[in-house]
Design a protein around this ligand. Sequence first.
Ligand SMILES: Cc1ncc(CN)c(N)n1
Length: 222
Amino acid sequence: MGYRFDDLKAACQADWRAYIEHDFVRRVGAGTLAEDAFRHYLQQDYLFLLHFARAYALAAYKSRTLDELRQAHEGLKAILDVELGLHIDYCRTWGIDEDDLATLPEARATLAYTRYVLDAGSRGDLLDLHVALAPCLVGYGEVANWLESQEFTLRGEANPFEAWIAMYASPDFQAAMRAEIDWLDTRLADVSPSRFQELTTLFRDATRLEIDFWQMGLDRAF
Ligand SMILES: Cc1ncc(CN)c(N)n1
């Protein structure tokens, strides 16, 4: 019997729930997050996305087939042309312009998470890299779905974070999340128990670094 993406989540259930249901996320849903905490998060997320674009470029380098190269190219385009573009527009509505973004100091949580993923991808193969990237892509899709299912979530214009939730609940983002899960399900089906343990460590570490990223926003930490 092969492994699936859900087995990775099941192996790190407590960390995964702590990530998806973090206080930062709850306050975004309820519309009660302090504005300066959200602004700090948005600024650091710009730096995060730049490094994640590099991770997709690394996925291209690690590719062995034309299909894998195309997949890496699509991932890179999705970050550069869609998510980063939306992010820059969205930052503007929060009073942060592109020049401010270009000169931001990098917080430790941003540094730790992004370099961890790039290192995991450099040392390992394409599957290691995808597993290290999965909490990012799959996690935010799940955060949006979880918020949409919660009674405390304030919908519509009354919630200052509505557009942020909508971005990750959008059909495009959800489709990208499902495609990533399908790809991981196919790859994980063939791995041995010891390889699955190695991948679980990567997945757990990346999930814990996502938790630190939310906390960095709440604490306005550098
Ligand atoms: C920290 C973080 N993790 C995930 C995502 C969703 N791509 C993001 N924008 N920022």
